[in-house]
Write a protein that binds this ligand. Structure first.
Ligand SMILES: [Zn+2]
Length: 245
C-alpha cells in the first residue's frame, strides 16, 4: 500500500488521539469510585439487614414486656382483692388462713415476674443501644455511598468532557486519510490496540520490538510513500527524521 509520507505522519496525531480515547475508556471501567460504591452498597445492605433484625427483636420484646406487665397487674389485682377480703372482717379463720397462704404464693409469683420483667427490660435497653449504633453506622455508610457516587459522577463528567473533545479531534483528522490507509489503521488498532506508531531508534513505537538489521535495511530502501508495518504487531510504522534510519 502506498500513501503520501506527510499523510502517514498525520497518522501519529490520530494514534495520539486514539490512545487518549483508549485511556478514557479504560479509566471509565476502572474508576476506583466503582469499587468504593460497591463496598459502600454492601455495607449499607448489611446495616439495613441488621437494623431490621434489631427492630424485629425489639418489637418481639416489647410484646413480651407488655404481656409480663399485664400478668404482674393481674397478680397485683388478685392480691388487692385478697387483702380487701381479709380486711373486711367477713371471712372465717380457715378462709383467712387460705387467703394468707394465697397471698404468700402471689407475692412469690409477683417477685419472680418482676425479676423476669427486669431482665426483659435490660435486654430491651441493650437492643435500643444496638439499634442506635446500627443507625449511626448506617448513616455513615449511606453518607459514604452518596460521597462515592458524587465522586464517580464528577469523574465520569470529566471523562465525558475529554472524550467529547477527542472525538471532535478525531472527526477532524479522519477525513485527511485515504480510505484504504484508514481501514488498515483501524483494523490493526482493533486487533492490537495501536494502529500506527513512530519508528524510532529502530524500535516499533507500538510494541517496542527492536527490528532486526535486515528489516531495517528493507525499510530504508522502501519508497517514502510505501506503507510499512511492524512485523510483530502490525502497526503502521511511520518514518520521520527521528526514526534513525
Ligand atoms: Zn510493533
Amino acid at each position: 500500500m502506498k500513501a503520501d509520507s506527510a499523510v502517514q505522519r498525520q497518522l501519529l496525531e490520530l494514534a495520539k488521539v486514539d490512545a487518549e480515547l483508549s485511556r478514557v475508556e479504560h479509566r471509565r471501567r476502572t474508576l476506583p469510585e466503582l469499587a468504593q460504591i460497591e463496598d459502600a452498597e454492601k455495607l449499607v445492605r448489611e446495616h439495613r439487614d441488621t437494623r431490621v433484625s434489631t427492630q424485629t427483636a425489639a418489637s418481639d420484646l416489647d410484646r413480651e414486656i407488655a404481656r409480663q406487665e399485664k400478668e404482674i397487674e393481674s397478680v397485683r389485682a388478685r392480691e388487692d382483692r385478697d387483702r380487701k377480703l381479709m380486711e373486711s372482717g367477713s371471712v372465717q379463720a380457715k378462709q383467712m388462713n387460705d387467703l394468707q397462704h394465697e397471698l404468700d404464693t402471689l407475692a412469690r409469683r409477683q417477685s419472680a415476674l418482676e425479676d423476669d420483667l427486669l431482665e426483659l427490660m435490660e435486654r430491651r435497653e441493650a437492643l435500643e443501644l444496638d439499634g442506635q449504633r446500627t443507625g449511626a453506622e448506617l448513616d455513615k455508610a449511606e453518607q459514604a455511598l452518596a460521597d462515592a457516587g458524587r465522586r464517580r459522577d464528577e469523574a465520569v463528567a470529566d471523562l465525558d468532557t475529554t472524550q467529547a473533545r477527542r472525538d471532535e479531534d478525531r472527526a477532524k483528522l479522519v477525513p485527511r486519510f485515504p480510505e484504504p490507509l484508514l481501514k488498515l489503521y483501524e483494523r490493526v488498532r482493533a486487533q492490537k490496540g495501536i494502529g500506527a506508531a513512530l519508528l524510532r531508534a529502530r524500535r516499533c513505537g507500538a510494541c517496542q520490538l527492536e527490528l532486526d538489521r535486515s528489516t531495517i535495511s528493507e525499510i530504508k530502501t522502501a519508497a517514502e510513500d510505501e506503507v510499512v508495518q511492524c512485523e510483530n504487531c502490525g502497526a503502521i510504522l511511520v518514518r520521520t527524521l527521528e526514526s534513525g534510519l
